[in-house]
Design a binder for this molecule. Sequence first.
Ligand SMILES: Nc1ncnc2c1ncn2[C@@H]1O[C@H](COP(=O)(O)OP(=O)(O)O)[C@@H](O)[C@H]1O
Ligand SMILES: N[C@@H](CCC(=O)OP(=O)(O)O)C(=O)O
Length: 369
Amino acid sequence: MTGTNRRRTVVKIGSSSLTATEGGLRREQIDYYAEELANIAATGEQVVLVTSGAVAAGFARLGFAKRPKATHEKQASAAVGQALLMQAYNEAFASRGLVVAQVLLTRYDFSARGRIRNASATLEELLNRGVVPIINENDTVSVNELKFGDNDTLSALVANLVQARCLVICTDMNGLYTEDPRKNPNARRIDRVSELNDDLFRMAGGSGSSVGTGGMRSKLEAARIAIRGGVRTFIGRANAPGDVLRAATGEGDGTYFDAELQKLSVKKQWVGFHSVPQGRVVVDDGARRALAEGGKSLLPAGVKQVEGDFHPGDVIEVALEDGKRIGRGVVNYAAWQLQAAAGLSSEEVLRRLDVSRIEVIHRDEWVLF
Ligand SMILES: Nc1ncnc2c1ncn2[C@@H]1O[C@H](COP(=O)(O)OP(=O)(O)O)[C@@H](O)[C@H]1O
Ligand SMILES: N[C@@H](CCC(=O)OP(=O)(O)O)C(=O)O
């Protein structure tokens, strides 16, 4: 038992499943997914839809020949396309007797506790009233540094927020392959993943289509977040009647990622995935071992470099000297204090500085990626 809600499923549909290369919505696809979700809802399951496609639906209407690259052009396309997307979903679900609601979220909303609490209460109310919430990123207000960009991460955060029993990520490929099958036709599909390690991330490439953005890499990132929140995750394809229900019940055409039994506490989920890091420290190999293998706290002696302007209580990211990010935690030092303490023994730090806790990041406030 993972503590998840056994009657809730989050389905994410990518741009590549909804739109044509030249832009515009494929109405038959919207209809297909509405039918699939309505059938799942008819089993008594509460369904949340996270959908991309606003930019892809809107750019042609704005006169662009292909998906634009500049942020303001994508935002304008999304503003046009989001209305088209909702109009299409609204009609498709209404004809199946279901009410839909539009919920637009940003990364910033997840990092601000008050905002995400309100979003969560809204989703609960909608779900309890039998409404299908349709979620997308609020593209027109998202700033570059804080953008989800693709909706894979967003769907994982939503799945954890509503404590879904399963996250179904629908895309144009039937799962994770040992290499992008568009580049290597001999690549092999991986059916089930019980431990998401670096080797799998190395297999995953970027988007293979001209409308998608995240590719397999961002889907794996999403799976990592969801499984650590206790949500089993499916990445794969759905195109025949019943495919989405099959995906949600363990018989889909794709890759399954087992939920971690020891799911992260809500606080650690916030530290690891919702918060916006205010800085970064680079640590040496001894500190890496302590954090990654020893389950220990980060001490000043292992800190090599300090970046950003943070204060005690902020979340910072921890990286290795080769740039690899290994996790995040709540820092007990201000950036200027840590600059002075970096590399020193704990006794030396206590002699020189007035810090409330010697640990740079305490193990209880640390999340390993
Ligand atoms: N190892 C891999 N296995 C499967 N697909 C991969 C892999 N690496 C990269 N991809 C690419 O990821 C694409 C799906 O991601 P994306 O284009 O972002 O879709 P979506 O719009 O559904 O989010 C696939 O079409 C495929 O070309
Ligand atoms: N919020 C954007 C999502 C962009 C996007 O392409 O995402 P995805 O298809 O999930 O990789 C939109 O609706 O166009």
